[in-house]
Design a protein around this ligand. Structure first.
Ligand SMILES: Cc1cc2nc3c(=O)[nH]c(=O)nc-3n(C[C@H](O)[C@H](O)[C@H](O)COP(=O)(O)O)c2cc1C
Length: 157
């Protein structure tokens, strides 16, 4: 990685975000990644987005799925963020999840969840901006979110 890339990572990381899990079923098994790039985009139509690196080996397994789940992790789910963000190992080991009838994979106990289809993918540098259409969603007001800032998992307050 170049010096500029390292600097970009450091400065991009100064912007605090939540941690989302983008997941679906691939060959009947859950597959997914952690993503700090989740952003709500539009109310009408209901659209959200995630930026996915071209190096992702999981996204090609998911992108043609009929439905994809996006779960906003709660402050108590740092272990889920670490596991889903790891490059190796069984990402869903010890993670409580459920799937919808259409194949979205959602993390149990999350702060919020979205049941989505892929609307559009835009190549942008070394990532794709993936725009999702939201078909169903909910938020748990009593579950505070997990925060990612400066390369570390944090809690609000
Ligand atoms: C906190 C956190 C946030 C992440 N955010 C993103 C992201 O927004 N986009 C992305 O492509 N990868 C992101 N990753 C990396 C992926 O979770 C995953 O490690 C990567 O896609 C490599 O795995 P894969 O080859 O199975 O796709 C993040 C990882 C962590 C730990």
């Amino acid at each position: 990685m170049t010096t500029l890339c390292l600097e970009l990572r450091r400065v991009y990381g100064a912007y605090p975000t939540g941690v989302a899990v983008v997941a679906g079923l691939a060959g009947g098994r859950p597959a997914g990644i952690a993503a700090s790039s989740f952003v709500p985009v539009s109310l009408d139509p209901p659209l959200v987005s995630v930026c996915v690196a071209h190096t992702s080996t999981t996204w090609p397994l998911l992108r043609d799925s009929p439905r994809i789940g996006i779960s906003v992790l709660g402050a108590h789910q740092e272990h889920v963020g670490r596991r889903l963000g790891a490059r190796t190992g069984d990402r869903f080991a010890g993670v409580a999840w459920r799937s919808t009838a259409d194949g979205s994979v959602l993390i149990e106990g999350a702060s919020a969840w979205y049941d989505c289809t892929v609307e559009q993918q835009v190549r942008s540098g070394d990532h794709d901006i993936v725009v999702f259409r939201v078909h169903d969603l909910d938020a748990a007001a009593d579950v505070p979110p997990l925060v990612f800032h400066a390369g570390a998992f944090r809690r609000l307050g």
